[in-house]
Design a protein around this ligand. Structure first.
Ligand SMILES: [Zn+2]
Length: 476
């Protein structure tokens, strides 16, 4: 299966849960209230500063002024249009283009923003590109990163910075950096809740209108990204699903917005795109950040996983501790592979890359995802929905049974899937349980269909060993 990595946020398709807690409508235009945040504005700046230093080391920043200077101008125009109530004098917005091909963009707390070359090349015009930037700027201005971390366990600023970069690069492609990532943090940081995404869409549309862009370009950008697909992977959309609903919501909001001093920079933007087209094609993020897994074999070529003979699980077990979050014992011949917000345990020959995604064929992934619901069943449905985004042939459970996980009731189901790595049928055993800090703790056991029954006892034993360090779920 493809690992649960990257910045997909939970509750993908279909969930009709309206999350309007802090959104009210006054006179047509939606009023946006930033979520609660126990971090200071200067914490945002510090986290962003540290993470930006890592980004500069890990990702290929494009140095071409003919590209970066018009993009920076667009960014400045948008920053100036952030409504005054969301301006933070300490923030330092910056705009870098990353020479990678995925359609994506992200911004760090405190202001550093990164726009993938793939995103610029996919946009149909300056307004579409501006819409993605305005959305990402809104996450920064509303301080969603630290607000999200506020909901999770208390972390040190340095851990948060490490988490940001781990989540950006994703999985073990990040090498040493991803290894520094604290479990759960990538999620806390970049897998924003639906409500935060909705806020970023709406504030983004306000910023666009104030900057002189047509906010409807955001709706059309959702469609552009959705259509792009293919090997470039509409990555931003996988973090931001429900394109149709969101396009409709933004279009509705646009009706209440007055576009100020219509701004049209199509010519300059088209020049940027033409210049990018003349350059050698951008690599994927995986190619650009390729690193040898700690103690592992050298990376295999893109699209061809480092898969081979797989030893049966050892009957000796080794204890593994993830920060102060959990302990687990796993077969001692399983290697530990840190993801952005999860840890995968798999034997040699059972993990690799396919289509730029981390995949594994035998073993277990254990992690924590954000969830907005205190209902275990709903949270589990949403989690499996988010898994399906990276595993399109994943079956859905018709029902769950209950299991005990670390002393509390959890849910369990067995799903069918077709492995991205081998094209063969596999089984995924899903275990979930609410975590005290409001997330969903999960363990996924994966094995080829014909080996699955032999692995089930191992999965049970691993899950039985889990000790989770959490408080009781709050009854609110
Ligand atoms: Zn977003």
């Amino acid at each position: 299966m493809s690992c649960v990595q990257g910045r997909q946020y939970p509750g993908v398709a279909g969930a009709a849960v309206a999350m309007l807690l802090s959104l009210g409508v006054v006179g047509g235009q939606t009023v946006i209230t930033p979520p609660g945040n126990r971090y200071s504005v200067s914490d945002d700046v510090e986290i962003g500063r540290q993470a930006a230093a890592e980004v500069a080391q890990q990702l290929p920043i494009l140095g071409d002024r003919e590209v970066t200077s018009p993009i920076t101008s667009m960014g400045r125009r948008l920053v100036d249009a952030i409504p005054p109530e969301f301006q933070h004098a300490e923030f330092r917005y910056s705009f870098d283009v990353i020479n990678v091909r995925e359609i994506n963009a992200f911004a760090l707390p405190g202001g550093p923003m990164y726009i993938n070359r793939g995103m610029i090349q996919a946009a149909r015009n300056d307004g579409e590109a501006a819409s993605v930037m305005a959305h990402e700027l809104s996450h920064v201005a509303l301080r969603h990163g630290t607000a999200q971390a506020t909901k999770a366990t208390k972390y040190e600023i340095g851990q948060l910075a490490g988490a940001v970069i781990g989540a950006i690069i994703g999985g073990r492609a990040g090498g040493a950096v991803a290894q520094g990532t604290q479990f759960g943090l990538g999620t806390a940081f970049l897998r924003f809740s639906r409500e935060y995404e909705r806020q970023a869409d709406l504030l983004g549309s306000h910023i666009m209108a104030r900057a002189g862009y047509d906010p409807r370009d955001m709706a059309s950008m959702f469609r552009t990204i959705e259509k792009a697909g293919g090997s470039n992977g509409p990555e931003w959309l996988s973090d931001h699903p429900n394109a149709g609903d969101r396009a409709a919501a933004v279009t509705r909001e646009a009706d209440s917005l007055q576009v100020q001093d219509q701004f049209d920079d199509r010519g300059a933007f088209a020049d940027v795109q033409a210049r990018l087209r003349r350059m050698a094609p951008a690599p994927t993020t995986k190619e650009a950040t390729r690193a040898v897994p700690a103690g592992g074999s050298p990376s295999s070529p893109a699209g061809s996983p480092g898969l081979g003979r797989v030893e049966a699980p050892s009957s000796d077990y080794t204890a593994y501790t993830e920060g102060n979050l959990f302990r687990v014992s796993v077969p001692s011949n399983w290697r530990e592979l840190r993801g952005s917000h999860s840890v995968t345990f798999a034997p040699d020959g059972a993990y690799g890359d396919a289509n730029g995604q981390g995949v594994f064929t035998h073993g277990m992934e254990i992690g924590l995802v954000g969830t907005e619901t205190p209902n275990l069943r709903t949270a589990t449905d949403e989690f499996i929905g988010s898994l399906a985004a990276g595993n399109p042939r994943l079956g859905r459970p018709s029902s769950y049974d209950t299991v005990s996980i670390a002393g509390r009731q959890g849910l369990h189901a067995i799903l069918s899937n077709v492995s991205d790595a081998t094209g063969q049928q596999e089984r995924i055993e899903v275990f979930t349980r609410l975590a005290g800090d409001g997330g969903l703790f999960y363990a996924l056991g994966v094995a080829p269909r014909d080996r699955f029954s032999a692995y089930q006892a191992t999965f049970r034993r691993v899950v039985g060993s889990i000790q989770l360090n959490d408080r009781d779920p709050s009854p609110e």
